[in-house]
Design a protein around this ligand. Sequence first.
Ligand SMILES: Nc1ncnc2c1ncn2[C@@H]1O[C@H](COP(=O)(O)OP(=O)(O)OP(=O)(O)O)[C@@H](O)[C@H]1O
Length: 567
Amino acid sequence: MADVTAAERTVLRVARPWLGRLVGAGLLAAGTELAGLALMATATWLLITAAGQPPVAALTVAIVAVRTLAIARGVLRYTERLAGHDAVLRIITEVRARIFATLADRPARATDRSGDALSRLVSDVDAVQDLLLRVLVPGAAAGLVAVLAVAGAAAISPPAALPLALGLLLAGVVLPALASALTRRTAARVAPLRGALAVDAIDLTAGAADLAAFGATDATLAKAAGRAAELARLERRLGLVGWAVDGAGVLLAGATAAVVVLTALRAGTSGTLVGVLAVGTIAAVESALALVGAARQRTQLDTALARVAALLTDAEPAREPAPAAGEPGLDHVSVTYRAGAAPALDGVTLRLPPGRKVAVVGPSGAGKSTLLAVLAGTVAPDAGQVTGAGDPHRVGGLFADAHVFHAPVRDNLLLARPDATDEELAAAAGPAGFLDWVHDQPAGWDTEVGEDGGQLSGGQRQRLLLARALLLRPEVLVLDEPTEGLDPGAADAVLASVVAATPGALVLVTHRLRGLAEFDEILVLDAGRVLDRGRHTDLVARPGWYRDQWQTQESDERGYLSLGAGT
Ligand SMILES: Nc1ncnc2c1ncn2[C@@H]1O[C@H](COP(=O)(O)OP(=O)(O)OP(=O)(O)O)[C@@H](O)[C@H]1O
């Protein structure tokens, strides 16, 4: 068969996760054909031998073989259909989802008339099913059966294998190529014509009243009828070529069998085995002729597949660049906490060059804390690469379960940088909004904070933890909800000063979407996947979780402020 086309390659790329199942179906199909071939050959041997009336015992093995092969053929055919359809239905589900995503996302184009789009979703996607089930699987099976049939013939009569190989070559390669050459041009016109006819049907029904009002009904109907007639003419032509090629196939099977029989007889092969060869040859050539059907089908699929592929190419998500060598970050990282559970992170890529400010947002349970844990090295990924993890001076900061020690403020802070001077402590506590409180305490830096900061208010405790994270000054500062527990005004001020005081990269996990306008990138996570990513202005401009959440938070905040103003 001809080379794989670009459209077929695109479809096969989508099908890749299920290729194992397809190969299984191909092997089962080959098994079915072989069982059929062996059944014919054994039954022939049995009939010819039985005609000589030998003792029944001499036939027992063949009788059992015939029964077994007959049953095996049915079972194999059934499992092949099951396996093939199982794989293909999974693949076309993915194809449909991707096409739907493309059609739903992109601005409507003039060519995206709804009838045409519908036709694509239905009949063009069926082309993917046909490519896999009627071309790929039987094609591969027929190739395998042909090779084994020639080997079998060679075992019975070596000289007879040559004409059989030649017949199979004609049936499986030459005839299919001829069939597709004869039908390609006609087939290419069929799919667009069907699309146009679907659009006509929509226009004629949805626009019936307007067509009548402008007196255009007859002309539009005539145009549609013209297209329908043209479609019928093309399909008739395809049918005629099909019948001619099928006839040639039958002739070829007979001719090959005749040459094989003559060759075997001339080589002195026994009469019984010559009979086996004759019937086996016909069965093998017929099985190779499946490739004619496959090739014809393939040419009919060309146009439809190209249209599907165009939408699939659109749908392929832009590949996020992986972090540069040595640069901290994630490269297609996935994490699953428990076997069988949905992944908490699913193929997340994140680059963190110096100075980059990234926010991670998303609904509860989306995987935000897991992302930070992987970056910090406390959770190992199941797949993908993490750089910089495990060294708090490369990636460190404030994590969800941070602890405050029963010790003075100073000791709690020095945990991050044991040799820090009081000036450095102040430089970290300032942006965290903690410095004023320290200065107000009689014991200053030596103020005791109690067990897990029990003598601090929730807000002060949070500011202490944030100051400790800032003192660390890692290459990538990670902050999990650093302003949790602060009132909205304080939260905004603290976030702004923290961002200003962070020269390196920053990864901020937050529920609050205010103050992210300056961030280089915002990752919207949901169920472990990056749902969307971009700057604040991009994300609020397009429909989605981020915009909805932003609008809700803004109106809540306005309510909060007006309540405050009223009191
Ligand atoms: N240690 C763990 N063991 C098992 N499952 C976990 C663990 N940590 C998190 N998960 C699960 O992983 C998923 C992601 O959780 P994660 O805490 O990363 O989400 P999140 O976006 O930070 O949520 P939130 O905003 O509520 O803090 C959730 O389904 C959660 O139940």
